[in-house]
Write a protein that binds this ligand. Structure first.
Ligand code: SAM
Length: 203
């Protein structure tokens, strides 16, 4: 018998009908409708962008004057964005900044490792990616900027929220309706970036 992952749900069917690469689009759309995270003319970084539905949504939202840069092991077949075909752990903020042409308004991360069924292991592998995304956001965002990041619930999730709270005025845990009921994922939505922490002077 098909489990809930195998069943075609309404969001899978909707994504197909609307020409999106993945049902994930509705997670971002629902987040963006409630807490606007992408602005017209904005500069957006999309970490873990394959197969490209968030990228496509971001391109539409920023419009012709905006810039979208994506990072994943495989580049989506979506035109209107620049892609780094690599691990986000290996692409430096400086490389992203060069393509963005200025500080980012929004950093998105939907990064997730392949899940194994080992909940704790999956959580720790995923939170490592979330922390990389937070680092990239802290390096690239302009003051006031926004960070949206997938998180698999687990032992380090609350610490991750606290780490984000140091950097952003407002940090929320959001679970859009499009997240599957059986999933342990939620999204950190952080707004009002306080600015890059000042580095201590070197001795
Ligand atoms: C849920 S999918 C993203 C779906 C995408 N947001 C969309 O709407 O089409 C998660 C992605 O994270 C990517 N990922 C995992 N580890 C990564 C890493 N180290 N660097 C970049 N991307 C990574 C995977 O390759 C996968 O494509």
């Amino acid at each position: 018998m098909a489990n809930s992952y195998q069943k075609r749900d309404k969001y899978t069917a909707k994504a197909k009908a609307e020409g999106y690469e993945a049902r994930s689009i509705y997670k971002l759309e629902q987040i963006d409708k409630k807490h606007p995270v992408i602005q017209r003319g904005g500069r957006v970084v999309d970490l873990g962008c394959y197969p490209g539905s968030w990228t496509r949504y971001a391109i539409q939202k920023v419009g012709r004057k905006g810039t979208v840069v994506g990072v994943d092991f495989t580049a989506p077949k979506v035109s209107g964005a620049t892609f780094f075909e690599a691990s986000a752990l290996d692409v430096s903020p400086e490389q992203l900044l060069e393509v963005l042409g200025g500080p980012a308004n929004t950093v998105l991360s939907d990064m997730a490792p392949p899940t194994t069924g080992d909940k704790a292991g999956d959580h720790y592998r995923q939170i490592e990616l979330a922390r990389r995304a937070l680092y990239v956001a802290a390096e690239l965002l302009e003051p006031g900027g926004t960070f949206v990041c997938k998180v698999f619930e687990g032992g380090d999730a609350q610490d991750f929220v606290l780490e984000a709270r140091v950097l952003f005025k407002t940090v929320k845990r959001v679970r859009p309706d499009a997240v599957r009921k059986v999933s342990r994922e939620w999204f950190l939505v952080a707004t009002g970036f306080k600015g890059k922490p000042v580095e201590p002077p070197s001795e």
